[in-house]
Design a binder for this molecule. Structure first.
Ligand code: GLN
Ligand code: ZN
Length: 760
């Protein structure tokens, strides 16, 4: 019985690759230094999998930046602006595409399906010349072989590669990217030939787009591509790997009838219908790579449950054709639990990171082959049982309160225009009120104070007085700038989810549970292990303190339940319903803030869109649920309390009705990078009655926008939005900027608002 891993994290157990990359980019180390770190990481990963007994070990899942960019390099599809002149693509060209250089901006980056990983979007057109320009895959195969490990080289499949790309600048939007199939396949053929010559016997093509809704035309491209590759592939075992959702029935049929393909990988964790599909028809003689071990989460597998799924599948496909695998690449989970020395042992016994998942996969394969490690399975069963029954996981009261929310609707009693009138009577704001999104620059000094307080190196008193002083500076600055609705600047927070997670019960935090987000950037999601409740107020003290320093309205600042959920590792026994519990906790906080005299409360839902399911049929359900979760947080407050929400992306035209349905009084949203794409929805006639503040300048750049430029933006907004609902604010929080940028930018923003007010 065989085992397989779809892919493995590249970053290293302690983010070794991140530090090596950043040091190289800063010119502090050489290309050889970087390559040495990478070579060592790859070697240790291969060795670890080989030692664990994994039969099909992947190679080419390592990347210096991104696996889609690696494919672009392999194909030599370098956009013209990088002035690449051919030959093997080196670090210079590769990192210029990834990050831009002094003269040329980077390629676009976008989310990898519904994960928090971002890939570099290929830019293709009718004139793109393809040529075999990066031998990375073959080199890695040989490198592993030299270490005694015969690996399965992994590629982004040709059809997914094209479906994930976009027309290059200057190419018409409707350009049929799939028409490039016949141009890229010759390069794939060259690579395949080299791999064969090097001794490879297996090859893996990741085709995750097969889990999306595909029309017949796109599906046909899979048949065309794998038919075209058939002779090149002959003599190899060919695995097509899918993940993140079920493959729809129609696509499943097409996929399983490809004659050049000998093995299929499916995600049996997220793909809840897949087992049925397999039972209803799986081609005889082909391998099934059954992805039972979850690559998207940090929980130990329920081995007994997986084993019974596998046994059922074995009966369908045959003993020698079933391979135990992970649901997707393990790059979406944390790396190694051994480095978590601070997690308590009970919680730790419930977890498995990538290194532990490799062992689980192998143990399942052995068990199927009749060599069950009884002690290992017994320990796993005990941990599963302890997790199910632990009083730290279940809180009856919270369960009941959250269950009571289901089935009924929760929203404020009065409609938004009446509420806005009531609020305005109290707040008395000018037209085009100005505000910011929450955070102010986080200085080195500030980070030091927080760190030392956490490490108990400074007293609570010292900490509180340092933070108070910072708040008072931020308040004074905003008064000087003459901003209308103030913020306290969030100096006490290092992260908008972690700050709340640390104060809510049911959350645990890791020391090294990093997951790659893009390039060298990693995030460390909190782990939600139990029912969530709020033992104490979380922000009231700071908001009250800040409000006492000014007579202007001070915004309370909270993170919304959907964002907290989407940016955490969720419970696999209740992946979504924990959200209502978080909503109830935030609701208490909102009500406490109101009782403390805070009149404007912002509830950030930066990640609401991120949870959108891959398949359109599930969108409506997700959005209704997410919007309901948000409304629960503020359904019982007074008309005169103004609720703001904030979102960090502008592509919400398709979900605008859900945004309206959130029923916030004011929404601030990122807008300036998208060339007012956002405004088009209003131009097309969508009625928006609540307050709205599309960002007037980009906070991701150090550039200081001029008054004229901002005024021009505001005028464009006024062309489609009513004067009395428009707010003036930046795109997002100012945390990553310097005061030398923030002061002049906000000065110009306020001047622009004042200028336009005089022209109304
Ligand atoms: N209030 C947060 C801030 O200003 C919002 C951050 C975000 O939207 N990502 O930092
Ligand atoms: Zn934002």
């Amino acid at each position: 019985m065989a085992s397989h891993i779809v892919g493995y994290p590249r970053m290293g157990p302690k983010r070794e690759l991140k530090f090596a990359l950043e040091s190289f980019w800063d010119g502090k180390s050489t290309a050889e230094d970087l390559e040495k770190v990478a070579t060592d990481l790859r070697a240790s990963i291969w060795k670890q999998m080989a030692d664990a007994g994994i039969k099909y070990i992947p190679s080419n899942t390592f990347s210096y930046y991104d696996q889609v960019l690696d494919t672009t390099a392999m194909l030599g599809a370098v956009p013209e602006r990088y002035s690449w002149t051919g030959g093997e693509i080196g670090f210079d060209t590769y990192f210029s595409m990834a990050r831009g250089n002094a003269t040329v901006p980077a390629m676009e980056m976008t989310k990898w399906f519904d994960t928090n990983y971002h890939f570099i979007v290929p830019e293709l057109g009718p004139n793109t010349k393809f040529s075999y320009s990066s031998h990375k895959a073959v080199n890695e195969y040989k490198e592993a072989k030299a270490l005694g490990v015969d690996t399965v080289p992994v590629f982004i499949g040709p059809v997914s590669y094209l479906l994930l790309s976009k027309p290059a600048k200057g190419v018409e939007k409707g350009f049929p990217l799939l028409s490039l199939l016949s141009s890229i396949l010759p390069v794939y053929k060259e690579v395949i030939a080299e791999l064969k010559a090097a001794g490879a016997s297996w090859i893996q093509f990741d085709e995750p787009t097969l889990a999306l809704d595909l029309d017949a035309h796109k599906l046909a491209a899979f048949s065309a591509a794998y038919t075209e590759l058939e002779s090149a592939l002959s003599g190899l075992n060919v695995l097509v790997e899918t993940y993140f959702a079920d493959v729809p029935a129609e696509s499943f049929k097409t996929l399983t009838s490809l004659s050049s393909v000998t093995a299929y990988g499916f995600d049996l964790v997220r793909g809840t219908q897949t087992v049925e599909l397999i039972k209803s028809g799986f081609p005889a003689g082909k391998y099934l790579f059954a992805g039972v071990v979850d690559g998207r989460n940090i929980w130990a597998d329920d081995l007994a449950a997986s084993l019974s799924t596998l046994q059922a599948l074995e009966a369908v496909v045959g003993k020698d054709k079933l391979v135990v695998s992970t649901s997707c690449s393990l790059m979406h989970t944390a790396v190694d639990l051994v480095n978590e020395t601070k997690l308590d042992s009970e919680i730790k016994s419930w977890l498995a990171f990538a290194a532990q998942k490799v062992v689980e996969v192998d143990a399942l394969a052995k068990a199927l082959a009749g060599q069950k490690d009884e002690a290992y399975f017994a320990a796993n069963a005990a941990a599963q049982a302890s997790r199910r029954s632990s009083p730290r996981v279940t809180n009856e009261e919270v369960q009941k309160a959250a269950a009571a929310l289901k089935g009924s609707d929760h929203r404020r009693a009065t409609n938004v225009s009446a509420r806005l009138d009531a609020q305005q009577k109290k707040l008395n704001l000018p037209v085009l009120p100005t505000t910011t999104i929450g955070s102010f620059p986080q200085t080195v000094e500030l980070r030091r104070v927080r760190r030392e307080y956490k490490a108990k190196k400074i007293s609570e008193e010292e900490y509180v007085s340092a933070i108070k002083e910072e708040i008072s500076k931020v308040v004074k600055l905003q008064e000087e700038l003459d901003i209308d609705v103030l913020v306290h600047g969030e100096p006490e927070r290092n992260d908008m989810v972690e700050y709340f997670g640390e104060q809510l019960s049911g959350f645990a935090f890791t020391a090294n549970g990093w997951v790659q987000s893009y390039g060298s950037r990693c995030v460390k999601p909190p782990i939600i292990y139990g029912d969530v409740s709020r033992p104490n107020p979380m922000t009231v003290f700071w908001s009250k303190t800040a409000q006492s320093m000014t007579s202007r309205p001070m915004k309370g600042m909270l993170t919304g339940p959907v964002t907290i959920l989407n940016w955490s590792f969720v419970r696999n026994d209740q992946p979504r319903s924990t959200c209502y519990q978080i909503a109830l906790a935030i609701k208490k906080e909102v009500e406490d803030l109101e009782a403390a005299g805070i009149q404007v409360i912002q509830i950030d839902e930066a990640a609401l869109r991120e949870g959108l399911p891959l398949r359109k049929a599930e969108h409506a359900f997700y959005l209704d649920w997410a919007v309901h979760s948000f409304r629960i947080t503020n359904c019982e407050i007074k008309d005169t309390t103004q609720i703001h929400t904030h979102m960090c992306y502008s592509n919400f035209n398709d979900i605008i009705h859900s945004i309206i349905n959130m029923d916030a009084d004011v929404i601030t949203i990122e807008n300036s990078r998208s060339d007012e794409k956002l405004l088009s929805v209003f131009r097309e006639g969508v009625k928006y009655g609540a307050g709205i503040g599309p960002g007037v300048y980009d906070i991701h750049s150090p550039r200081i926008p001029s008054t004229e430029e901002i005024a021009d933006r505001i005028n464009k907004m006024l062309a489609v939005l009513d004067t009395n609902i428009l707010w003036v604010n930046p795109d997002c929080g100012l945390k990553t900027r310097k005061y030398t940028e923030v002061k002049p930018a906000l000065t110009n923003m306020v001047s622009a608002a004042k200028l336009i007010r005089t022209q109304l």
